[in-house]
Design a protein around this ligand. Structure first.
Ligand SMILES: [Zn+2]
Length: 264
């Protein structure tokens, strides 16, 4: 099973003496090793680390790291000065917990995936929103979610194709993998034939299906997959969900049918 990836953007220090450091590291061999050496020499524990190349500065990498000073021989201020003195570092700053045990990363904005701005919503919040929409608007709400998904799927497939030059079946597979990477669910393209048409996608752990326990079926994700397949194969395809974890099936299963969105 894939691991649970808890992004360290807002963290609970759980009573530990943790600070968030933001270090600008020069792009030279061994730079990260020299940085981690000075951290470990002072008995400071690295809790999390993100290392990314800078978009703003040439030959600079950003290190965003939560450091635990519970058993440290130095203060955060002293360590920050030691880090700044390293030849491989061009700048270093840190913040302490803003509220009791809570450190919120205020060093960065915005977030990005594939160089595209992204925002994070809690899955529980999103599925609650879907549930209230369906309760209030019934089948109108279902159609609304489906068309939102359809446009989202088309837009994502277009963006992905432009950036990667991947097309057709490979494009669908790449997007399904990216959906897993971004936490939507775990997908598998089970069958993919165009003549005769037989496209089957299996999925597990879809946040949308868990919201409708016993009520059955996704609308947003079903629409999203319809949009992805329609763009990837350049024809109007409608995805129906024939099995669903919310109805007690072991996985959700989606089949594609030919359709015409102009008529809908
Ligand atoms: Zn489902």
């Amino acid at each position: 099973m894939p691991i649970y990836l808890n992004l360290p953007l807002v963290i609970d220090t759980q009573g530990r003496n943790v600070y968030l450091f933001f270090i600008e590291l020069k792009d030279v061999p061994g730079a990260l090793e020299k940085l981690t050496d000075v951290i470990s020499e002072n008995n400071v524990d690295i809790r999390t680390t993100i290392l990314i190349p800078s978009r703003e500065k040439i030959n600079i990498g950003y290190v965003l790291t939560h450091l635990d000073f519970s058993y440290a021989q130095v203060s955060p201020l002293t360590l920050n000065n030691l880090i700044k003195r390293l030849e491989v570092v061009s700048d270093s700053n840190y913040i302490e917990p803003q509220y009791d045990n809570l450190i919120i990363n205020t060093f960065s904005f915005p977030l990005g995936v594939m160089e595209e701005r992204a925002v994070i919503f809690r899955a529980d919040w999103l599925k609650g929103l879907f549930k209230r929409l369906l309760k209030r608007f019934g089948s109108g709400g279902e159609a609304f979610l489906f068309y939102m998904g359809l446009e989202g799927g088309r837009s994502s497939a277009n963006m992905f194709r432009k950036k990667t030059n991947i097309t057709g079946k490979k494009l669908v597979e790449a997007i399904l993998m990216a959906l897993q990477a971004m936490g939507h669910g775990i997908f598998k393209l089970e069958k993919c034939n165009l003549e005769p048409l037989e496209i089957i996608i299996k999925a597990k752990e879809l946040y949308e299906c868990k919201s409708n326990e016993g009520e059955g079926g996704s609308q947003f994700i079903r629409g999203f997959l319809s949009g992805v397949l329609s763009e990837a194969f350049n024809m109007d395809l409608l995805v129906v969900e024939v099995k669903c974890q919310s109805r007690g099936d072991k996985y959700c299963e989606f089949h594609a049918q030919k359709t015409s969105y102009k008529e809908l």
